[in-house]
Write a protein that binds this ligand. Structure first.
Ligand code: ZN
Length: 270
């Protein structure tokens, strides 16, 4: 069962694709023209939603069953991240603080249990949207607004946001270009998009090949590198695209402004 047939590259339209690997019954295909990669075939949408909810709920139950040694190790990791200032969400919050005034409205798409919202709500009006009702219920415990649904289809009406965060979401989407266009539509003039996604151009992927940890079909559907993501963002109507990638990190960060041909919010705050 698939949602989409294997057709031309969603990003550049080229029909020239090559199969890099075959993993767990899925091909990893890459466009030879632009480098955009994806699994084939795509699993059906209903199966994906159940997969995410099931895996997160299972992970939480597993956490509760942890023995004392694992609890101590998890606690130590938590505090090491806090001391080093690299907790989930802090990288984006630093960038947001530099660019957006306090009180601006931030939307976290695919907010999960609210890891980013928990950090961002200290300075901004926050809204999350999450496809899984179970995860949304957990995020609501933070006291922030959490919508339930597919953000590409949700009836936002006239609502617009000053910034949108998509933390480790893009790789799960089967139509990433349409998703980026929807982000642009939901942003106010000059609004800021913050993205984190797995880096298909990273050193680790090149060295590990089919054993790279980023290849997780049917969890991860699409794979960008800095060049293909920049192309996707420009196509979707973004400008001033800044990529933050390091050779050893399996993910990379990206900041982009809604291209509306006017003075940007980020520019005014800088
Ligand atoms: Zn392509």
């Amino acid at each position: 069962m698939t949602d989409t047939p294997n057709t031309a590259c969603e990003l550049c339209g080229s029909a020239h694709k090559r199969t890099l690997h075959r993993i767990g019954g899925y091909d990893i295909q890459q466009c030879e023209a632009c480098g955009f990669a994806h699994i084939h075939p795509f699993p059906a949408r209903a199966a994906r939603a159940a997969f995410y909810a099931g895996s997160e709920v299972a992970a939480r139950k597993e956490k509760k069953k942890r023995g004392p040694l694992k609890r101590v190790a998890a606690f130590a990791r938590h505090w090491l991240r806090r001391v080093s200032g690299r907790t989930k969400g802090t990288v984006f919050l630093r960038e947001l603080t530099r660019r957006l005034p306090a009180g601006s409205h931030v939307l976290d798409i695919g907010c999960g249990t609210g890891a980013f919202l928990a950090t961002a709500r200290t300075r901004y009006q926050c809204t999350g949207i999450e496809i899984s009702e179970d995860l949304a219920a957990l995020a609501r415990e933070l006291g922030v607004e959490v919508l339930v649904g597919d953000f590409c289809e949700y009836p936002f009406g006239e609502r617009r946001f000053d910034a949108i965060a998509m933390v480790s979401l893009l790789e799960h989407l089967h139509q990433p270009l349409a998703a980026l266009r929807q982000c642009r539509a939901l942003l106010a003039n000059g609004g800021l998009l913050l993205l984190k996604t797995v880096n298909h151009g990273g050193l680790n992927r090149r060295v590990m090949g089919a054993n790279w940890s980023g290849y997780r079909p049917p969890d991860h559907l699409v794979y960008f590198d800095p060049a293909s993501l920049t192309r996707a963002l420009e196509t979707a109507g973004f400008r001033n695209i800044k990529i933050r990638a390091s050779l050893l990190n399996d993910s990379f960060y990206c900041y982009a402004e809604r291209d509306d041909g006017s003075q940007s919010v980020a520019g005014m705050a800088a």
